[in-house]
Design a protein around this ligand. Structure first.
Ligand code: PLP
Length: 494
């Protein structure tokens, strides 16, 4: 299996090389040159546990790792660090199946991939004779930073430093990062906003002399961001696992179609569901749900991607995105793998702020249906489901739930059961959840007090991740100016 760049088909890398590289030199994303077929039937897979299904799926895509290497990565990633042996359990509520992807150490779905990425990276480094230690630098607006720190913590031959905007993340998010254990991790707050942090990291990555200095010191940079195929491929697994779960529990029959609804930001999670369909999962519709930053809703409805619009801060912050990087992969695939066309759409996006796909490409969007939820609709969905069923969903999941229910009531979905990707524990966004249910705005109360309020509303146990931050010691208290980022990295690696 080789991977092409979406902007240059002549680029052909093995999986391990693509994982180490992250992004192609031409700016394109890596895409498998063909989609393999599942080797076992879904019926057979439904007898397997999460790890064994992960092995079946990932070995199709990451075929230059040996069976033993891949097994070791999977064993390291999906164990006691999740609070349920099922890894990705399903809850049925209000006529839909909620696929809970938040049972990992940071209680959000990014764990599903970031718990395994560090192991895939070190296995890939070994495979390619890379003897340097891998250094991950990440700018974060809150969630990804913690998930990446938790994934890389104490993984040999790696180091990770996370930069977050000072005063720009929630109390819980900050505490989660600054208390992270591990001898190879660090989190630093920067006097600036998220964009400043992001720009600072990019400048460090592009600084040739600094790179050379680090290489001489035995280090090389890599990136853990969501365009890495080492994050995308592990996300296919839970969709297959979910289908198998429903099959095994006789909620569906073999071959029955399901629809999958995903609260979408960077388009990584839903793209994984699309790939699951391409390798044989019986998926009817992929429902792309957005908040009021609804650039994707418009794209699926019109074929025009237009980022020239106001940016809104919402209660589902991980979806507050106007450029969904992973969409480039879908554009490439529906263009018939036309690298020139993809490159030209992407250059239009950066120069003009928009592009329109061709009529023939639009046919490729039929696998999808899209919709969005306003802030009021998101809050009302949380309240309605809580009051009708007692089940509590987080704000991102509520966006998806609202969109799925609205499309269903408008007759736009078939009768296929709907699986809703539930991407964060309600405890991660306790303030918004409690406010939605109680219809109040508890501005005077701290994040931890809001968590206490949520605990009294529900029988959902408080996750370990929350218990930990109540008492854990602060390990990372760095607070720097924007222009000190490079020196801070240098000092960290000394
Ligand atoms: C990252 C994230 C999303 C968006 O996922 P994408 O793969 O970026 O589309 C949705 N919900 C939560 C809680 C997230 O952390």
């Amino acid at each position: 299996m080789l991977y092409n760049s979406t902007r240059d088909k002549n680029v052909k890398l093995k999986a391990s090389e693509a994982i180490l590289k992250g992004l192609s030199d031409d700016g394109g994303l890596f895409v498998p040159e063909s989609f393999p077929a599942l080797k076992s039937s879904l019926k057979e897979l439904s007898e397997l546990d999460y790890k064994d299904i992960a092995y079946e799926i990932m070995s199709l895509f990451l075929d230059d790792l040996t069976g033993d290497e891949l097994r070791e990565c999977i064993d390291n990633a999906y164990g006691d660090n999740f609070d349920t042996p099922d890894i990705a359990p399903i809850s049925y509520a209000d006529g839909s199946y909620y696929l809970e992807l938040y049972h990992g150490p940071t209680i959000a779905f990014k764990d599903m991939a970031l718990q395994i990425l560090p192991h895939l990276m070190t296995a890939s480094a070994k495979k390619n004779g890379v003897s340097k230690d891998i250094v991950i630098l990440t700018a974060t607006s809150g969630d990804t930073g913690k998930a990446a720190m938790a994934g890389f913590a104490d993984v040999p031959h790696t180091k990770i430093m996370v930069f977050f905007p000072h005063g720009g993340v929630s109390d819980v998010q900050r505490l989660q990062m600054v208390t992270q254990k591990g001898g190879n991790v660090s989190a630093v707050s920067v006097d600036g906003n998220f964009d400043d942090c992001q720009t600072g990291v990019k400048q460090i990555f592009n600084d040739a002399s600094f790179k050379a200095e680090l290489e001489a010191g035995g280090y090389q940079f890599s990136s853990a961001n969501s365009i890495n195929i080492g994050r995308l491929i592990p996300q296919i697994v839970y969709y297959v696992h979910a289908y198998c779960n429903l099959l095994k529990n006789e909620k569906i029959s073999d071959g029955d179609k399901v629809s999958i609804c995903v609260p979408t930001g960077n388009f990584g999670n839903i793209l994984a569901a699309y790939i699951a369909k391409r390798i044989g999962l019986p998926v009817d519709r992929l429902i792309c749900a957005s908040n009021v930053n609804n650039v994707l809703t418009d794209f699926f409805n019109t074929g025009t991607y237009d980022r020239k619009r106001d940016f809104h801060l919402t209660m589902s912050p991980s979806m507050d995105i106007l450029i969904s990087s992973n969409l480039e992969r879908l554009i490439y695939l529906i263009s018939g793998c036309d690298d020139k066309a993809t490159a030209s759409f992407m250059s239009e996006l950066s120069s003009e702020g928009s592009y329109t796909i061709t009529e023939s490409m639009k046919a490729g969007l039929d696998d999808f249906i899209a919709g969005y939820a306003s802030e009021a609709e998101t809050a009302s969905e949380i309240k309605r489901i809580y009051e009708d069923t007692g089940y509590v969903i987080d704000t991102h999941t509520a966006v998806a739930s609202f969109v799925a229910n609205r499309l269903r009531s408008e007759g736009k979905l078939s009768d296929a059961p709907v699986i809703i990707a539930s991407t964060a524990s309600p405890y991660k966004f306790a303030r918004s959840i409690v406010n939605a249910i109680k219809g109040s705005s508890n501005t005077g109360r701290s994040d931890l007090e809001m968590i206490d309020d949520l605990k009294t509303l529900t029988d959902l146990p408080e996750p370990e991740a929350v218990k930990e931050i109540r008492h854990a010691a602060v390990r990372h208290d760095g607070h720097i100016a924007i222009d000190e980022m490079k020196d801070t990295v240098r000092a960290f690696l000394k």
